[in-house]
Design a binder for this molecule. Structure first.
Ligand SMILES: [Fe+2]
Ligand SMILES: [Fe+2]
Length: 226
């Protein structure tokens, strides 16, 4: 299959899974698009904990890669390298909204975030590279497809423009990362079993990520300061 065919097929599947998942009652909060500033601060806090693990888990996943696909390994490691410091963008936005860097650094993620992080490491240690790629596909597709809309929504609800650097950077960079995803899938997705592993991991990563976001938003709505 052509790379765009494989990628477009996965992206269409991702889009239909997103709409199915967001139809669940547990995700009503996300459908309403109601963000308080406090909820956004919680989102940034949890995103800091989540994204600071990404370069490391992404590199651990190379243990299941073929020893013969040098070009693929090189592009993939470059991709992981480019994720380094993205946690600092979330931190910067958090501090721009009056948050304390020391508090966040000495704090712990919420349980839903911990579950998300735990899953990324489980994927990284799986026997198939498609397991981590399923999770990664979701986190790269979300800003590529919806990043700009989320930024508009936040700005419209009063979030200052100097506090959306994390989302802005990802809306710009992740379309390139999604092109890398197309390249990985073209080279690694071969069998029905590969597809099965990839699909389950994409859906699980998506579920846990949305739970993480809802966990953050609800804490903000309870009025608990982040
Ligand atoms: Fe990133
Ligand atoms: Fe990315």
């Amino acid at each position: 299959m052509e790379s765009m065919n494989v990628y477009e097929h996965a992206l269409n599947h991702w889009k239909s899974e997103v709409s199915t998942l967001l139809g669940r009652p547990e995700f009503n909060l996300l459908q309403k698009n109601e963000f308080t500033l406090e909820s956004y601060r919680w989102y940034l806090r949890e995103t800091f904990f989540h994204t600071r693990e990404n370069p490391i888990s992404q590199l651990i996943a190379t243990r299941s890669f073929s020893r013969n696909q040098h070009e693929l390994l090189s592009r993939y490691v470059g991709h992981a390298r480019s994720e380094i410091s993205h946690d600092l963008l979330a931190l910067r936005d958090f501090v721009a909204l009056g948050g304390s860097e020391e508090e966040i650094r000495s704090g712990q993620p919420l349980p839903d975030t911990e579950a998300m992080i735990g899953y990324t490491y489980a994927c990284a240690h799986a026997d198939s590279p498609l397991k981590y790629l399923g999770y990664l596909f979701h986190v790269e597709a979300l800003p590529t497809v919806q990043g700009k809309d989320y930024i508009q929504m936040l700005l419209a609800s009063g979030v200052p423009s100097h506090a959306v650097s994390f989302l802005q950077e990802h809306a710009q960079v992740d379309p390139a990362h999604s092109k890398l995803m197309a390249y990985y899938l073209e080279n690694l997705l071969r069998t029905k079993e590969d597809e099965r592993v990839f699909d389950l991991s994409m859906r699980t990563g998506m579920l846990l990520h949305y739970r993480m976001i809802v966990g953050a938003i609800s804490r903000g709505m309870q009025g608990t300061p982040a």
